[in-house]
Design a protein around this ligand. Structure first.
Ligand code: PGA
Length: 257
């Protein structure tokens, strides 16, 4: 693992094209002086905004991602967006298996695995999200859940793919309005579990895969979380959607690392 802070946001279904472009322009200006040797900054907007977003930040220091992707290149998949189509937009990262896609839209590990493999085949970075539900946590099967998700979703991923793989640990009970942020100790412990599964899957080179924490990250908990040994970055929702507030949070975190 390098010592960079990985930090980014998925804007979910909250910004129009115009709002995405002005958010990105503002964030780029505000963070322009921060060395990218210290930080990888990424934004994952809605599909409709990707082309304009790509143009707005071309040659800039913000990396762009998509919130989902079909595993097929072409075909009879009404409503889906393929890797070939995403290549045209200039995105680098594909977010796969976000909790809302798993639990609201009922995506299965089988689909998620196909998406991870398709993203890697197309040389995108796969940002795979995993996390246990409240029920799994109370049954004491959080670690098992993470292990099942990682082993199913990364089935067929090989050593050479490791530089293109990021993981986000996002406990379902911690995400969004009404979510309770995981304590830094709890998150660190689960990140350690994830890292040990990655080691089981890929050997020592699994340690190079960044593992980001997401779920109600806010200005009060961001620095404490980011300082934990097994937390390599933060995946922020609501606290990132205003560019000046996100910039403040980023600087606060960088100042303690
Ligand atoms: P939140 O979203 O920070 O608003 O909880 C996190 C996420 O869903 O990635």
């Amino acid at each position: 693992m390098d010592n960079k802070l990985y930090i980014g946001t998925n804007t979910k279904m909250t910004k129009t094209i115009a709002q995405t472009v002005s958010f990105l322009e503002a964030l780029d200006l505000l963070t322009a002086d921060i060395s990218r040797d210290d930080m990888t900054l990424f934004v994952i907007p809605s599909f409709t905004a990707l082309e304009s977003a790509g143009k707005a930040i071309a040659g800039k220091n913000i990396r762009l991602g998509a919130q989902n992707m079909c595993w097929e290149d072409y075909g009879q998949f009404t409503g889906e967006i393929s890797p070939v189509m995403l290549e045209e937009t200039g995105v680098e990262i594909i977010e796969i298996g976000h909790s809302e896609r798993r639990h609201v839209l009922h995506e299965t590990d089988e689909w998620i695995n196909k998406k991870v493999l398709a993203a890697l085949r197309h040389e995108f970075i796969s940002l795979l999200c995993v996390g246990e539900t409240e029920a799994q946590k109370s049954l004491g099967i959080g670690n098992e859940t993470l292990s099942i998700q990682l082993k199913s979703d990364l089935n067929g991923v090989v050593q050479e793919d490791i530089p293109k793989l990021w993981i986000a640990y996002e406990p379902v009970w911690a995400i969004g309005e009404g979510g309770t942020p995981a304590s830094a100790d709890y998150a660190d412990e689960k990140h350690a579990v994830i890292k040990s599964v990655l080691k089981e899957l890929f050997g020592e080179s699994g340690a190079a895969i960044p593992v980001l924490y997401g779920g109600s990250v806010n200005p009060q908990n961001a620095s404490v979380l980011a300082q934990k040994a097994n937390i390599d970055g933060l995946f922020v929702g609501r606290s990132a959607w205003d560019a000046p507030l996100f910039n403040t949070l980023i600087r606060q975190v960088l100042s303690v690392l």
